[in-house]
Design a protein around this ligand. Structure first.
Ligand code: ATP
Ligand code: MG
Length: 422
């Protein structure tokens, strides 16, 4: 579980702001959900034999002896809320952001507390909704400057009946080669064989080359929808690759599944994953409601923004103005004057030096802060009821604003207003 420090948070904030604005513009409303749910909710939705439920959940008994779990993902809680709050009378476009918890092996792009932005469209069965979500993602990558770094992969995993039939065929084929499978895949053969398609093991992947293909088992409706999805993406000019081995680790998906993957982050290359889950709402006790959604991993997106240079320069300057004071009286004058400037110029970022030190050391800090103006108070300024205004950068537009001058205290706001006029 990581600390996210002030030099990284500006990138997080930018990501959040771009996402928030974009989702608003597509008509999605934000929902804020609890971090803790009944353990049962995740068992019933994600599925008992998935990695998450088998070995990754942070579960505990509360004082009442009820088993609760730190949410490992957001869809289950979102659907629970939609059912409980009576949101399912009309189609809902919802999104949420926040921490998720999974007991995984930490590595680059994989944390035990990580953050997702999730989007769920509830109540629309048609594949146009799937396309809308994918187009929305594609637009997000363009806005973030990541469009060239991610590839869209799509697949259809059909109805649960189609998957059952495929599952039987896959198990039959792989059972004959059981000894050649990696350890994880051997275990999954009995519990969750579709996940074997996902295996990163090259020998297992080679074995899969001759395995039955999910596409051959699809029901007619899923096949039609998948054709239509490809038609819509092509019409909208969004490039994609059909990955016939793309499945999702959670039980509740059907029909469309998709991922945006990058080669820039090593093994943890999936930055966004989603798909349709038409049976989940009913499975959780709501009225039958089709649904489709996705979640993006924020750590991986920030890493990718940094890796590709899309994050832009380092964090912006901490301050516009840095206030320097030496001596107790000077410090008092500075404190009062800076508060007055904050009243009249609320947009200005002013950092008051703390921790004492000489003028020289304080001014060094002023320079480091990125501020373009230092305000200086010492004995002379206190006596004269003035303040020394020192311009720290002589960049474009500053004209004669470089250097320093003494300004009567009551003209400080006007001087700063003029200095930051552009
Ligand atoms: P993976 O195959 O990488 O484990 P997943 O299939 O478990 O992913 P989902 O549950 O679909 O992932 O979550 C959606 C996205 O959330 C992932 O594509 C990834 O970007 C991010 N994510 C999932 N688990 C983690 C984690 N432990 N640390 C950081 N990001 C994660
Ligand atoms: Mg996982």
């Amino acid at each position: 579980m990581n600390d996210i420090l002030p030099d990284e948070t500006p990138h997080w904030r930018r990501l959040e702001q771009v996402v928030c604005r974009l989702l608003n513009s597509y008509g999605y409303g934000e929902i804020r959900l609890p971090l803790v749910e009944h353990t049962e909710l995740f068992k019933r939705s994600i599925g008992e034999v998935t990695d998450i439920v088998e070995k990754e959940m942070y579960s505990f008994d509360d004082r009442n002896g009820e088993s609760l779990t730190l949410r490992p993902e957001g869809t289950a809680g979102c659907v629970r809320a939609a059912i409980q709050q009576g949101l399912l009378t009309v189609p809902q476009r919802l999104w949420y952001a926040g921490p998720m918890f999974r007991y995984e092996r930490p590595q680059k792009g994989r944390q035990r507390q990580f953050h997702q932005i999730g989007v769920e469209a509830l109540g629309v069965a048609s594949v146009e909704m799937d396309a809308e979500l994918i187009l929305l993602c594609a637009r997000l990558w363009r806005r973030l400057g990541l469009a060239g770094s991610v590839e869209l992969q799509i697949n259809s995993i059909g109805s649960s009946a189609a998957r059952r039939a495929y599952r039987a065929a896959l198990v039959e084929y792989l059972s004959a080669h059981r000894a050649a499978l990696d350890e994880d895949s051997q275990r999954r053969l009995d519990s969750n064989p579709l996940r074997i398609l996902d295996s990163k093991n090259p020998d297992t992947q080679a074995l899969l080359d001759a395995a039955p293909v999910l596409a051959d088992y699809l029901d007619a409706e899923a096949r039609d929808d998948f054709d239509r999805l490809r038609e819509l993406l092509t019409a909208a000019g969004v490039a994609f690759v059909v990955n016939p081995r793309l499945v999702r680790g959670l039980d509740y998906y059907n029909k469309t599944v998709f991922e945006f993957v990058t080669e820039r982050l090593g093994a943890q290359g999936t930055v966004c994953a989603g798909g349709r889950y038409d049976n989940l709402v009913e499975q959780l006790g709501g009225k039958s409601t089709p649904a489709v959604g996705f979640a993006m991993g924020m750590e991986r997106l920030v890493l990718l923004m940094l890796e590709t240079g899309a994050a832009g320069d380092a964090a912006p300057a901490q301050a516009d103005v840095y206030a320097v004071a030496v001596g107790e009286d000077a410090h008092r004058e500075a404190l009062v004057a800076v508060e007055a400037v904050r009243d009249s110029l609320p947009g200005l970022a002013i950092v008051q030096h703390t921790g004492g030190g000489s003028f020289k050391s304080q001014l060094k800090r002023a320079d480091k802060s990125g501020a373009s103006v230092a305000l200086i108070w010492g004995e002379d300024e206190v006596r004269a009821q003035s303040v020394t205004v020192k311009f720290l950068r002589d960049g474009a537009g500053q004209g004669d604003k470089t250097g320093q001058r003494s300004v009567p205290r009551d003209q400080l706001e006007a001087t700063l207003r003029a200095a930051f006029a552009d």
